[in-house]
Design a protein around this ligand. Structure first.
Ligand code: SF4
Length: 344
Protein backbone atom coordinates (compact mmCIF):
# COMPACT_ATOMS: atom_id res chain seq x y z
CA UNK A 1 0.00 0.00 0.00
CA UNK A 2 1.01 3.63 -0.32
CA UNK A 3 2.66 4.90 2.81
CA UNK A 4 -0.02 6.83 4.72
CA UNK A 5 0.59 10.20 6.37
CA UNK A 6 -0.82 8.86 9.62
CA UNK A 7 -1.77 5.56 11.21
CA UNK A 8 -4.28 5.23 14.00
CA UNK A 9 -3.44 2.42 16.43
CA UNK A 10 -6.24 1.15 18.67
CA UNK A 11 -5.44 -0.53 22.02
CA UNK A 12 -7.58 0.70 24.89
CA UNK A 13 -6.59 -1.56 27.79
CA UNK A 14 -5.30 -3.28 29.92
CA UNK A 15 -1.96 -2.21 31.45
CA UNK A 16 0.03 -5.22 30.23
CA UNK A 17 -1.58 -5.31 26.80
CA UNK A 18 -0.78 -1.63 26.26
CA UNK A 19 2.82 -2.02 27.50
CA UNK A 20 3.28 -4.95 25.09
CA UNK A 21 2.51 -2.73 22.07
CA UNK A 22 5.98 -1.11 22.36
CA UNK A 23 7.86 -3.50 20.01
CA UNK A 24 5.11 -3.24 17.37
CA UNK A 25 5.12 0.56 17.55
CA UNK A 26 8.90 0.56 17.13
CA UNK A 27 8.64 -1.76 14.10
CA UNK A 28 5.97 0.50 12.58
CA UNK A 29 8.11 3.59 13.13
CA UNK A 30 11.15 1.95 11.52
CA UNK A 31 9.08 0.80 8.53
CA UNK A 32 7.39 4.16 7.95
CA UNK A 33 9.57 6.81 9.60
CA UNK A 34 7.64 9.70 8.07
CA UNK A 35 4.20 8.50 9.17
CA UNK A 36 2.46 10.07 12.14
CA UNK A 37 1.55 7.41 14.72
CA UNK A 38 -1.54 8.20 16.78
CA UNK A 39 -2.54 5.72 19.51
CA UNK A 40 -6.01 5.60 21.05
CA UNK A 41 -6.12 4.34 24.65
CA UNK A 42 -8.23 4.72 27.77
CA UNK A 43 -7.55 8.02 29.54
CA UNK A 44 -6.37 6.35 32.75
CA UNK A 45 -3.71 4.38 30.83
CA UNK A 46 -2.45 7.19 28.57
CA UNK A 47 0.69 7.63 30.66
CA UNK A 48 1.89 4.22 29.47
CA UNK A 49 2.36 5.67 25.97
CA UNK A 50 2.92 9.37 26.53
CA UNK A 51 6.74 9.21 26.64
CA UNK A 52 7.19 6.56 23.96
CA UNK A 53 9.26 8.18 21.17
CA UNK A 54 7.47 6.01 18.60
CA UNK A 55 4.13 7.60 19.43
CA UNK A 56 3.39 11.07 18.02
CA UNK A 57 0.04 11.55 19.72
CA UNK A 58 -1.98 9.78 22.38
CA UNK A 59 -5.71 10.12 21.93
CA UNK A 60 -7.44 9.46 25.22
CA UNK A 61 -10.80 7.75 25.41
CA UNK A 62 -12.51 9.67 28.22
CA UNK A 63 -14.33 7.87 30.98
CA UNK A 64 -17.95 7.39 29.88
CA UNK A 65 -17.32 8.63 26.33
CA UNK A 66 -19.42 6.79 23.76
CA UNK A 67 -18.26 5.37 20.41
CA UNK A 68 -20.01 8.05 18.32
CA UNK A 69 -18.26 10.94 20.09
CA UNK A 70 -14.91 9.18 20.11
CA UNK A 71 -15.19 8.16 16.43
CA UNK A 72 -15.80 11.82 15.58
CA UNK A 73 -12.56 12.78 17.32
CA UNK A 74 -10.69 9.92 15.62
CA UNK A 75 -11.93 10.98 12.17
CA UNK A 76 -10.62 14.50 12.79
CA UNK A 77 -7.14 12.98 12.81
CA UNK A 78 -7.73 11.84 9.21
CA UNK A 79 -5.91 8.51 9.58
CA UNK A 80 -4.68 6.89 6.37
CA UNK A 81 -4.88 3.45 7.99
CA UNK A 82 -6.09 1.82 11.20
CA UNK A 83 -4.12 -0.82 13.09
CA UNK A 84 -6.56 -2.46 15.46
CA UNK A 85 -4.54 -4.15 18.22
CA UNK A 86 -7.64 -4.32 20.43
CA UNK A 87 -10.14 -6.23 18.32
CA UNK A 88 -13.13 -6.13 20.62
CA UNK A 89 -16.59 -4.62 20.28
CA UNK A 90 -15.34 -1.11 21.08
CA UNK A 91 -12.69 -1.06 18.36
CA UNK A 92 -15.01 -2.76 15.85
CA UNK A 93 -17.64 -0.05 16.38
CA UNK A 94 -15.01 2.61 15.84
CA UNK A 95 -13.72 1.00 12.65
CA UNK A 96 -17.24 0.75 11.26
CA UNK A 97 -17.52 4.50 11.67
CA UNK A 98 -14.43 5.09 9.53
CA UNK A 99 -15.54 3.57 6.20
CA UNK A 100 -12.97 3.66 3.43
CA UNK A 101 -10.01 3.67 5.80
CA UNK A 102 -7.93 0.54 5.43
CA UNK A 103 -7.86 -1.56 8.65
CA UNK A 104 -5.62 -4.36 9.78
CA UNK A 105 -6.86 -6.30 12.78
CA UNK A 106 -4.78 -8.19 15.33
CA UNK A 107 -5.89 -11.69 16.33
CA UNK A 108 -5.18 -12.64 19.88
CA UNK A 109 -5.44 -16.38 19.33
CA UNK A 110 -6.54 -19.10 16.98
CA UNK A 111 -10.38 -19.08 16.99
CA UNK A 112 -10.39 -22.92 17.28
CA UNK A 113 -9.07 -22.55 20.84
CA UNK A 114 -11.88 -20.31 22.07
CA UNK A 115 -14.70 -22.70 22.90
CA UNK A 116 -12.81 -25.76 24.26
CA UNK A 117 -10.62 -23.63 26.53
CA UNK A 118 -13.51 -21.47 27.78
CA UNK A 119 -15.39 -24.64 28.69
CA UNK A 120 -12.22 -26.04 30.36
CA UNK A 121 -12.32 -29.07 28.03
CA UNK A 122 -8.59 -28.88 27.31
CA UNK A 123 -5.59 -26.73 28.29
CA UNK A 124 -4.65 -23.70 26.23
CA UNK A 125 -1.38 -23.76 24.30
CA UNK A 126 -0.46 -20.42 22.79
CA UNK A 127 0.83 -20.98 19.26
CA UNK A 128 2.50 -17.55 19.09
CA UNK A 129 3.85 -14.99 21.49
CA UNK A 130 1.61 -12.04 22.22
CA UNK A 131 4.11 -9.49 20.86
CA UNK A 132 4.65 -11.62 17.73
CA UNK A 133 0.94 -11.41 17.02
CA UNK A 134 1.07 -7.63 17.30
CA UNK A 135 4.15 -7.66 15.07
CA UNK A 136 2.40 -9.83 12.47
CA UNK A 137 -0.37 -7.22 12.28
CA UNK A 138 2.21 -4.47 11.64
CA UNK A 139 3.80 -6.57 8.89
CA UNK A 140 0.39 -7.14 7.31
CA UNK A 141 -0.24 -3.40 7.36
CA UNK A 142 3.15 -2.49 5.90
CA UNK A 143 3.12 -5.40 3.46
CA UNK A 144 6.57 -6.84 4.08
CA UNK A 145 8.62 -8.62 6.77
CA UNK A 146 10.04 -6.25 9.37
CA UNK A 147 12.69 -6.45 12.08
CA UNK A 148 11.19 -6.90 15.53
CA UNK A 149 11.14 -4.04 18.00
CA UNK A 150 12.20 -4.21 21.64
CA UNK A 151 9.94 -4.41 24.65
CA UNK A 152 10.61 -1.06 26.35
CA UNK A 153 8.73 1.14 28.77
CA UNK A 154 9.44 4.86 28.70
CA UNK A 155 9.17 6.61 32.03
CA UNK A 156 8.01 10.21 32.35
CA UNK A 157 10.55 12.74 33.67
CA UNK A 158 8.95 12.88 37.14
CA UNK A 159 8.00 9.23 37.59
CA UNK A 160 11.04 8.20 39.57
CA UNK A 161 10.90 11.25 41.81
CA UNK A 162 7.24 10.52 42.54
CA UNK A 163 8.08 6.97 43.53
CA UNK A 164 11.07 8.04 45.60
CA UNK A 165 8.82 10.29 47.70
CA UNK A 166 6.50 7.36 48.46
CA UNK A 167 9.43 5.02 49.17
CA UNK A 168 11.09 7.46 51.59
CA UNK A 169 7.77 8.04 53.38
CA UNK A 170 7.79 4.27 54.01
CA UNK A 171 11.42 4.24 55.18
CA UNK A 172 12.76 2.67 52.02
CA UNK A 173 15.97 4.11 50.59
CA UNK A 174 15.55 4.18 46.77
CA UNK A 175 19.32 4.00 46.34
CA UNK A 176 19.73 0.68 48.19
CA UNK A 177 18.92 -2.83 46.95
CA UNK A 178 15.18 -3.31 46.82
CA UNK A 179 12.93 -6.25 45.97
CA UNK A 180 9.53 -5.27 44.59
CA UNK A 181 6.66 -7.65 45.21
CA UNK A 182 3.33 -7.55 43.40
CA UNK A 183 0.95 -10.20 44.80
CA UNK A 184 -2.14 -9.02 42.92
CA UNK A 185 -3.69 -9.89 39.56
CA UNK A 186 -7.08 -9.27 38.03
CA UNK A 187 -8.22 -12.88 38.40
CA UNK A 188 -8.08 -15.18 41.41
CA UNK A 189 -6.44 -18.09 39.55
CA UNK A 190 -3.56 -15.83 38.51
CA UNK A 191 -2.63 -15.16 42.14
CA UNK A 192 0.10 -17.09 43.92
CA UNK A 193 -0.98 -17.14 47.59
CA UNK A 194 -0.06 -13.93 49.44
CA UNK A 195 1.33 -16.04 52.32
CA UNK A 196 3.98 -17.36 49.92
CA UNK A 197 4.84 -13.86 48.75
CA UNK A 198 5.27 -13.05 52.47
CA UNK A 199 7.58 -16.04 52.94
CA UNK A 200 9.64 -14.90 49.97
CA UNK A 201 9.74 -11.38 51.43
CA UNK A 202 11.06 -12.79 54.73
CA UNK A 203 13.89 -14.50 52.88
CA UNK A 204 14.79 -11.32 51.02
CA UNK A 205 14.74 -9.30 54.25
CA UNK A 206 16.91 -11.92 55.97
CA UNK A 207 19.38 -11.58 53.09
CA UNK A 208 19.69 -7.87 53.89
CA UNK A 209 17.46 -6.55 51.10
CA UNK A 210 14.71 -3.98 51.37
CA UNK A 211 11.26 -5.19 50.33
CA UNK A 212 8.22 -3.21 49.17
CA UNK A 213 4.82 -4.57 48.20
CA UNK A 214 2.91 -2.91 45.38
CA UNK A 215 -0.74 -3.19 44.38
CA UNK A 216 -3.93 -1.29 43.66
CA UNK A 217 -6.22 0.05 46.37
CA UNK A 218 -8.44 -3.01 46.07
CA UNK A 219 -5.37 -5.21 46.63
CA UNK A 220 -4.62 -3.55 49.98
CA UNK A 221 -5.51 -6.72 51.97
CA UNK A 222 -2.72 -8.55 50.11
CA UNK A 223 -0.21 -5.81 50.94
CA UNK A 224 -1.30 -5.79 54.57
CA UNK A 225 -0.92 -9.55 54.82
CA UNK A 226 2.60 -9.51 53.37
CA UNK A 227 3.66 -6.58 55.60
CA UNK A 228 2.19 -8.33 58.68
CA UNK A 229 3.82 -11.69 57.98
CA UNK A 230 7.12 -10.19 56.81
CA UNK A 231 7.89 -7.46 59.35
CA UNK A 232 10.09 -4.83 57.71
CA UNK A 233 8.41 -5.07 54.28
CA UNK A 234 6.84 -1.76 53.25
CA UNK A 235 3.22 -1.88 52.14
CA UNK A 236 2.76 0.49 49.19
CA UNK A 237 -0.59 -0.90 47.99
CA UNK A 238 -2.87 1.96 46.97
CA UNK A 239 -0.02 4.47 47.29
CA UNK A 240 1.33 4.56 43.72
CA UNK A 241 -0.48 5.90 40.68
CA UNK A 242 0.52 4.72 37.19
CA UNK A 243 3.47 7.15 36.81
CA UNK A 244 4.65 6.28 40.33
CA UNK A 245 4.33 2.57 39.63
CA UNK A 246 6.80 2.77 36.74
CA UNK A 247 9.14 4.87 38.85
CA UNK A 248 8.94 2.38 41.71
CA UNK A 249 9.57 -0.67 39.53
CA UNK A 250 12.55 1.07 37.93
CA UNK A 251 14.10 1.40 41.40
CA UNK A 252 13.87 -2.33 42.10
CA UNK A 253 16.88 -4.63 42.00
CA UNK A 254 14.44 -7.41 41.11
CA UNK A 255 10.66 -7.67 40.87
CA UNK A 256 8.36 -10.60 41.65
CA UNK A 257 4.85 -10.69 40.23
CA UNK A 258 2.02 -12.83 38.96
CA UNK A 259 0.90 -12.69 35.32
CA UNK A 260 -0.16 -9.04 35.51
CA UNK A 261 0.41 -5.54 34.15
CA UNK A 262 3.22 -4.71 36.63
CA UNK A 263 5.04 -7.91 35.54
CA UNK A 264 5.08 -6.67 31.94
CA UNK A 265 6.12 -3.18 33.02
CA UNK A 266 9.04 -4.64 34.97
CA UNK A 267 10.26 -6.67 31.97
CA UNK A 268 9.84 -3.63 29.74
CA UNK A 269 11.91 -1.56 32.18
CA UNK A 270 14.67 -4.17 32.08
CA UNK A 271 14.27 -4.98 35.79
CA UNK A 272 15.11 -8.66 36.43
CA UNK A 273 11.69 -10.19 36.95
CA UNK A 274 10.41 -13.40 38.47
CA UNK A 275 7.00 -14.11 36.93
CA UNK A 276 4.69 -16.64 38.57
CA UNK A 277 2.17 -18.37 36.31
CA UNK A 278 -0.76 -20.62 37.23
CA UNK A 279 -3.83 -20.85 34.99
CA UNK A 280 -2.48 -18.82 32.05
CA UNK A 281 0.13 -19.73 29.46
CA UNK A 282 3.67 -18.36 29.97
CA UNK A 283 4.49 -19.34 26.37
CA UNK A 284 2.73 -16.11 25.36
CA UNK A 285 5.71 -14.09 26.61
CA UNK A 286 9.49 -13.90 26.43
CA UNK A 287 11.42 -14.38 29.68
CA UNK A 288 14.97 -14.22 28.35
CA UNK A 289 17.08 -12.67 31.09
CA UNK A 290 14.24 -13.06 33.60
CA UNK A 291 12.78 -16.08 35.39
CA UNK A 292 9.39 -17.74 35.29
CA UNK A 293 7.75 -20.36 37.47
CA UNK A 294 5.05 -22.63 36.08
CA UNK A 295 4.10 -25.86 37.82
CA UNK A 296 3.00 -27.55 34.59
CA UNK A 297 0.14 -29.55 36.14
CA UNK A 298 -1.81 -31.49 33.53
CA UNK A 299 -4.84 -29.14 33.55
CA UNK A 300 -2.78 -25.96 33.06
CA UNK A 301 -3.11 -23.49 31.50
CA UNK A 302 -6.89 -23.70 31.79
CA UNK A 303 -7.74 -20.20 30.61
CA UNK A 304 -6.77 -17.29 28.36
CA UNK A 305 -6.74 -14.63 31.05
CA UNK A 306 -7.59 -16.23 34.40
CA UNK A 307 -10.68 -17.38 36.27
CA UNK A 308 -12.47 -16.41 39.48
CA UNK A 309 -11.92 -19.94 40.85
CA UNK A 310 -10.22 -23.19 39.97
CA UNK A 311 -12.64 -25.34 37.93
CA UNK A 312 -10.98 -28.51 39.33
CA UNK A 313 -11.10 -27.27 42.92
CA UNK A 314 -7.46 -28.16 43.80
CA UNK A 315 -5.63 -25.06 42.46
CA UNK A 316 -2.46 -27.10 42.09
CA UNK A 317 -1.11 -24.85 39.33
CA UNK A 318 -0.26 -22.34 42.04
CA UNK A 319 -0.18 -24.41 45.23
CA UNK A 320 2.51 -26.70 43.77
CA UNK A 321 4.88 -23.72 43.55
CA UNK A 322 6.75 -23.44 46.84
CA UNK A 323 8.53 -20.39 48.21
CA UNK A 324 11.79 -22.42 48.09
CA UNK A 325 11.47 -22.70 44.33
CA UNK A 326 10.67 -19.01 44.10
CA UNK A 327 13.70 -18.07 46.18
CA UNK A 328 15.96 -20.31 44.06
CA UNK A 329 14.65 -18.53 40.96
CA UNK A 330 14.92 -15.06 42.49
CA UNK A 331 18.43 -15.28 43.96
CA UNK A 332 20.28 -15.29 40.58
CA UNK A 333 18.19 -12.34 39.39
CA UNK A 334 19.32 -10.32 42.39
CA UNK A 335 22.89 -10.76 41.21
CA UNK A 336 22.18 -10.28 37.50
CA UNK A 337 21.64 -6.54 37.25
CA UNK A 338 19.48 -4.56 34.88
CA UNK A 339 18.92 -5.85 31.33
CA UNK A 340 18.24 -2.56 29.58
CA UNK A 341 19.48 0.98 30.16
CA UNK A 342 16.91 3.11 31.95
CA UNK A 343 14.72 4.94 29.48
CA UNK A 344 14.41 8.21 31.38
S1 SF4 B 1 -5.23 -26.01 38.90
FE1 SF4 B 1 -7.26 -25.18 38.50
S2 SF4 B 1 -6.94 -23.01 38.03
FE2 SF4 B 1 -4.99 -24.06 37.84
S3 SF4 B 1 -4.80 -24.61 35.70
FE3 SF4 B 1 -5.67 -26.39 36.76
S4 SF4 B 1 -7.87 -26.10 36.55
FE4 SF4 B 1 -6.94 -24.13 36.10
Amino acid sequence: MNVPDSVLVLRFSAVGDVVLTAPALEALRLAWPGTRIVVAVKERLAHLLRHNPNVDEVLELRRGEGPVSFARRLRQKRPGAVLDLHNKIRSKLLRWQMPGVRSVVWRKRDFRDTLPVKLALRPYRASMRFTDRYHAAVEELVGRPLPRGTLRYFLGPDDRELADGVLRAHRIDPGLPLVGISPGANWETKRWPAERFAALARRALAAGLQVAVQGSESEAPLGQLVAREAPGAADLTGKLDLPGLGGFISRCTAFVANDSGPMHMARALGVPTLAIFGSTDPAMFDFAGHAMLFAGVECAPCSFFGRSRCPRGHFRCMLDLSEERAWEALAPLLRAGRRLPLSA
